[in-house]
Design a protein around this ligand. Structure first.
Ligand SMILES: [Ca+2]
Ligand SMILES: [Ca+2]
Ligand SMILES: [Ca+2]
Length: 278
């Protein structure tokens, strides 16, 4: 048990120890973590869960404090292989495309109308934030979102998990977009954010199969409600998260108010209180 706790703690810490610097041709500098790079682009985690793609012609230099991931390959989705084959997400994807258009045009009013939450910026400040989010999602197509779970008022779509296997860390990244029906009856965006699950290598010295096994446990979302089993049971790295709220890992909607546990987590309502909901 001690070893398991130690592993979880190291995994938890891994999210904060990387400090890579990217310098753009324009002279701007960003600190964060390089999560993927190839001849065309560098994907950069700028912290607070925001991943930005910089194209090589924008970049003056990339300085990594540890070796950048040595190889990146795409693998089939690990969680919900066949979901999208039957789910119709045309309406929700249309909302997302409109939202991207609003970001591109710096149209704060339109972006606000398409969002459930207030935008995290004043109209004056929104430009750079819109550009950053747009740069993350501009190249995605509807068909990249191979996982979809949906009912009459909520929908979560996700890309495949992309493996990064570096000397220091093995990790998976996937993008998820969550839509809900707002009180006016319209589909709107709740969140669009990349999720990353990482496991340190050198510090734990575990064989790759063990690390892979641990990562799959971390990513597991048995009831497909957008909250992983560990997040629902407050196990693993979640043990160190004082704001972790326990819910039923085998039930989408623990309190029975019609909203899934993962959606309530994102909306910051109480998934254990029938009176607290979107
Ligand atoms: Ca779950
Ligand atoms: Ca649940
Ligand atoms: Ca609920």
């Amino acid at each position: 048990m001690k070893k398991y706790l130690l592993v979880c703690f190291l995994v938890f810490m891994a999210r904060t120890v990387f400090a890579d610097t990217i310098t753009l041709v324009s002279g701007k500098q960003f600190e964060g973590k390089v999560i993927e790079q190839n001849e065309q682009f560098v994907k950069f985690d700028a912290g607070v869960g925001l991943v930005v793609t910089f194209y090589k012609d924008e970049i003056a230099s990339v300085k990594t404090s540890v070796d950048a991931p040595a190889q990146v390959k795409r693998e089939p989705s690990l969680q919900n292989k066949d979901a999208l084959a039957t789910a119709d997400i045309d309406t929700e994807w249309g909302v997302f495309e409109q939202f991207l258009g609003a970001l591109k045009g710096h149209d704060v009013q339109k972006a606000t109308a398409l969002s459930y939450n207030p935008l995290p910026c004043s109209p004056e400040e929104c430009g750079p934030i819109f550009d950053m989010i747009y740069s993350v999602y501009r190249d995605y197509k509807k068909t990249d979102f191979i996982d979809a779970v949906k009912d009459s008022k909520q929908c979560i779509i996700s890309t495949r998990e992309v493996l990064s296997d570096g000397d220091e860390e093995r990790s998976y990244t996937k993008n998820s977009i969550v839509f809900i029906v707002n009180p006016q009856g319209a589909w709107v965006l709740l969140t669009a954010e990349p999720r990353v699950w990482g496991h340190t290598k050198k510090a734990t010295n575990l064989p790759t199969e063990e690390i892979e096994k641990a990562l799959r446990i971390m990513m597991q979302d048995s009831d497909a409600d957008g909250k992983t089993d560990n997040e629902e049971t407050c196990q693993g790295a979640q043990e160190y998260n004082s704001s972790c709220v326990k819910t039923d890992a085998s039930l989408k909607d623990t309190d029975g108010d019609g909203w899934w546990d993962g959606v309530e987590k994102l909306a910051k309502t109480d998934p254990n209180d029938l009176q607290s909901h979107l």
